[in-house]
Design a protein around this ligand. Structure first.
Ligand code: FAD
Ligand code: MLT
Ligand code: ZN
Length: 488
């Protein structure tokens, strides 16, 4: 496997023994421990990521139910120098959630209790292992919703979302988790429980420690509890889908949409022709292009407001106005009226990652890039790759976040060498980010320097040392090794 680590196991870490397994069984009971010896298939699924691209060789999975159990596990692991990989729903896209070698997996699957909800403030407190979709189902009947939405919501955990600072489809409306997470409880590598599970919106009592855990990808502590500020569930949701001729027009449409639908706009998502073709090709539900003609670019606009008629009228008027204009920005457009139509349009966007997986090997790049250069890299890569692969672009225009994806029937080192390091160097030149929302994981520590200064990386390393002196938490992830730094 080409994506396997090209560096050796860190021999500072101990190898797991029978005594270790017995200790963990003592803490969690037999049902909280899965061993490769007793259940090889069970353990294998925790060693393989969603893309089936990264595979580890861990032989033990721990499934605690309480913060105290997480604390006991880490205290012991730290003393024994056993490396630990925190894992939520295992939907991460940079190989951060699975072992690289023989690390022990600590899964939050059984930490799935929603502890408290305040129906006046909308603040919810829950354990890290609550599945995002389940949290949404809990909140909806109460008139609230989650402030983030991802295609992976049926599997990803709120703890994993916080650990990756996941962005998703509605960041444009609700902002990032750095703003929506009011509190975090986490366990440090030595077992110390850090209770920053505040439910307050305002709390300027020195350093905002919880922010360190948001986006730290399991390298600084294990998140055990999350306090989230949830917004009211919108009364009215409408979706429109547009076909466009050029990317210039997509940008102009974004500006117009902000001006004319600003206060009800909740998503502005983009897919190119190649992405739609993949969705149609692999759809099991008969998904099809909503227009008779094929267009190079498509935009999905969602509005969320409090009055169905008002929002519907606003969106329809916007569509009519656009279509009626001379040199119209859009070639075609449709507004979904019913829930099933809304879902069909959303699935044209949300099914792109899964459709890509069915193509064979996928080379995935998640970059922030200024909108004036947003699509250029897709075109450059098409030139470079030629007929050796299929290059598609989709993503979150509202957040300047492009998902550049290239597929080939099977992994091809030549294709890979045409993509990397070119894509990262290009992104760096545009002062973009080599990871907009997926994180660094094991995929990108060697290119962290493309988006962060040497001094900032050194400070990250110092923070890591202070919080996890033995380096047992998610080793080989996020931070570059000395060797990688020497090369750069
Ligand atoms: P995992 O994959 O299990 O773990 C991710 C990282 O967080 C790992 O480094 C792991 O060690 C760490 N971690 C997990 N739980 C904890 C914890 N409790 N404490 C400390 N560290 C922890 N991402 C986006 O940002 N936007 C999207 O729109 C989006 N869409 C997606 C669509 C699909 C179909 C898929 C498969 C993935 C998508 N993702 C997206 C990526 C992924 O879903 C998110 O990163 C998600 O937040 C990961 O959550 P998880 O519970 O699956 O975490
Ligand atoms: C998305 O926006 O669909 C996700 O981030 C997943 C992906 O990039 O493939
Ligand atoms: Zn995304």
């Amino acid at each position: 496997n080409y994506f396997q680590a090209k560096f050796p196991r860190d021999e500072r870490f101990s190898k797991l023994t029978g005594d270790d397994v017995n200790f963990f069984k003592g803490v969690l009971g037999p049902s909280g421990v899965i061993t490769a010896e007793e259940d090889a298939d069970g353990v294998a699924s925790y060693n393989t990521d969603w893309m089936k691209k990264y595979k580890g060789n861990g032989s033990l999975v721990l499934r605690p139910k309480t913060t105290e159990q997480v604390s006991e596990i880490l205290k012991y692991a730290n003393e024994r120098k056993l490396a630990i990989v925190p894992q939520g729903g295992n939907t991460g896209l940079v190989g951060g959630s699975v072992p690289v070698f023989d690390e022990v997996v600590l899964s939050t699957a059984l930490m799935s209790h929603i502890e408290e909800f305040d129906d006046v403030s909308g603040v919810v407190t829950c354990q890290a292992g609550v599945v995002l979709g389940n949290l949404e189902s809990f909140l909806h009947p109460k008139g609230y919703t989650v402030p983030l939405d991802l295609g992976a919501k049926g599997s990803c955990h709120i703890g994993g979302n916080v650990a990756t600072n996941a962005g998703g489809l509605r960041l444009l409306r609700y902002g990032s988790l750095h703003g929506n997470v009011l509190g975090v409880e986490a366990v440090l590598a030595d077992g110390t429980i850090i209770d920053c599970a505040s439910t307050l919106r305002k709390d300027n009592t020195g350093y905002d420690i919880k922010q360190l855990f948001i986006g730290s990808e399991g390298t600084l502590g294990i998140i055990t509890k999350v306090v989230l500020l949830t917004p009211p569930k919108p009364q009215a949701v409408n979706v429109a889908f547009f076909g466009l001729r050029t990317f210039e027009d997509v940008k102009k449409l974004f500006t117009r949409t902000k001006q004319e639908l600003g206060e009800i706009l909740s998503a502005f998502e983009f897919v190119d022709r190649g992405s739609i073709e993949l969705v149609v090709k692999h759809s099991k539900t008969g998904a099809r292009d909503p227009f008779g003609d094929a267009y190079p670019f498509y935009v999905l606009i969602e509005t969320s407001g409090s009055s169905k008629e008002h929002d519907e009228e606003k969106l329809n008027t916007f569509l009519e106005k656009l279509l009626g204009e001379e040199d119209s920005l859009i070639c075609d457009g449709t507004v979904a009226q019913q829930t099933s139509q809304i879902q069909s349009l959303w699935s044209l966007r949300e099914s792109v990652p899964e459709s890509l997986q069915r193509e064979g090997a996928v080379y995935k790049y998640d970059i922030s890039i200024p909108l004036n250069k947003f699509y250029e890299i897709v075109e450059i890569m098409r030139e470079r790759i030629g007929d050796k692969g299929n290059v598609v672009g989709y993503g979150h225009i509202g957040d300047s976040n492009l998902h550049l994806n290239i597929s080939s029937p099977k992994f091809d080192p030549e294709v890979y060498s045409l993509i990397e390091p070119y894509v990262y160097e290009y992104t760096s030149k545009q002062r973009g980010s080599v990871s907009a929302e997926h994180g660094i994981g094991v995929m990108k520590p060697h290119v962290l320097h493309c988006s962060k200064s040497h001094a900032a990386i050194q400070l990250m390393k110092n923070v890591k040392k202070a919080m996890d002196p033995n380096g047992i938490l998610n080793p080989y992830k996020v931070l570059p090794t000395h060797e990688e730094e020497k090369i750069n």
